[in-house]
Design a protein around this ligand. Structure first.
Ligand SMILES: [Zn+2]
Length: 389
């Protein structure tokens, strides 16, 4: 279940909205309702105003994501979809751009869209509201809040203009996961290797996030402090991702796979299985019946099943004590010549602890997320530990 539904398709890109997006529409309606204190007519008007504002603002977010997407398509990168979340939009690309200048242009197209919108909407406001009044509004916060509380078309236009400017500026903060972080990385990648550029950009992001977070805490702004924390963690995650990708690049499953560990039988009791698997380094065990693979039992699943059954029942004859009642049947199959990075992605996407490596219909080894983590640790210390092809 994806919890999102498709709104429309543009240039072959499905634009989807996540169900949690309804939260923000409801919140906007609530704010609007409570803003109109002069009876139900005003309240309903306020709610309609706020909901219209939120929907139009998210239309601008769709345009921002389309900006990224259309430039990506120019470079032959397929855009899988655009999804609207309460916190913003996400355009998923089938692959990363190859050249730094491509990443720069794809990323810059997002904030550039908001800058163009700010200019366009601002020009419209200049014509409709008039330069004199506009000047008075931007110089007096009291006049401005009175003007906005009218909740009419002019107020809507002014709010949209200002929010597009904020979107552009916010996205240009040079920290992951903001566009600014990617822009910085692509600039650094012109004269640094890509993983090094990512590490440098994420350090800049973390320093900035620490600065913003500390300043916000001192000023008592908890929301902004949380944003600082979020940016700090996102930058850390981006760096870990870059380190892992750099370490595993060009390596094949064959080079990292492990020998098949203990093989369990579906009719074995849990305690027999535990005795057989206790000292095995494998995080999951193949369950085999007459030479045929029937499923996989992870170490965690075995331990949980033992705990639930208790030591007496785990040795008993009931069906709950059999390995066959606890295994899972859908097992990720990998090939020995698959790239490790692709295998890792598959393991993560399926939340699989371990996959099996199959060659000519035979299971010749296993590969687990734990194996990969250990290998990354080793390769970080010595990148030439394995030959790359
Ligand atoms: Zn963006």
């Amino acid at each position: 279940m994806s919890w999102s539904s498709k709104l429309f398709t543009i240039r072959g890109i499905p634009v989807r909205v996540h169900v949690s997006f309804l939260l923000i529409v409801g919140w906007a309606a609530y704010i609007g309702l409570s803003a109109g204190e002069g009876g139900w007519r005003l309240s309903l008007g306020g709610a309609a105003f706020m909901v219209t504002f939120v929907l139009l603002l998210f239309a601008c977010v769709v345009l921002h994501e389309l900006g990224h997407s259309l430039v990506a398509q120019l470079f032959g990168i397929r855009v899988q979809d655009i999804t609207l979340w309460p916190i913003g939009g996400v355009a998923r690309m089938a692959k990363m751009p190859e050249k730094p200048y491509q990443e720069f242009l794809i990323t810059a197209a997002g904030p550039a869209t908001n800058i163009l919108l700010t200019i366009g909407l601002g020009a419209l406001a200049l014509v409709w509201i008039g330069p004199d009044q506009l000047l008075r509004l931007v110089t007096s916060s009291w006049l401005l809040s009175r003007f906005l509380s009218e909740m009419n078309g002019q107020a809507l236009l002014l709010l949209l203009t200002a929010n597009n400017a904020i979107l552009a500026l916010f996205n240009l903060i040079p920290a992951f996961p903001m566009d600014g972080g990617r822009l910085l990385r692509s600039l650094l990648a012109v004269f640094l290797p890509y993983p090094t550029a990512t590490r440098a950009a994420s350090v800049v992001g973390q320093v900035l996030a620490t600065f913003i977070g500390t300043a916000a805490l001192l000023a008592g702004n908890i929301m902004l402090a949380l944003v600082g924390l979020f940016v700090f963690m996102a930058a850390w995650q981006e760096r870990q991702q870059a380190i892992t990708q750099g370490a595993l690049a060009g390596l094949r499953v064959r080079q990292a796979m492990q020998p098949v560990g203990p093989r369990l039988h579906p009719l074995q009791t849990l305690s027999e299985a535990a005795a057989q698997a206790a000292t095995s380094p494998q995080p999951a065990y193949l369950v085999v019946d007459g030479g045929r693979l029937v499923g996989l039992l992870t170490r965690g699943e075995l331990i949980n099943a033992m705990r639930r059954a208790g030591p007496r029942a785990a040795a008993g004859a009931g069906p709950a004590a059999r390995v066959g009642s606890h295994l899972h049947r859908d097992v990720l199959q990998l090939r020995a010549d698959d790239l490790l990075l692709a295998a890792r992605k598959q393991l993560q996407e399926r939340s699989a602890v371990m996959g099996i490596v199959v060659e000519n219909g035979q299971v010749i080894g296993t590969l687990s997320q734990l194996d990969l983590a250990r290998l990354v640790d080793m390769l970080r210390a010595h990148p030439q530990a394995l030959p790359r092809g």
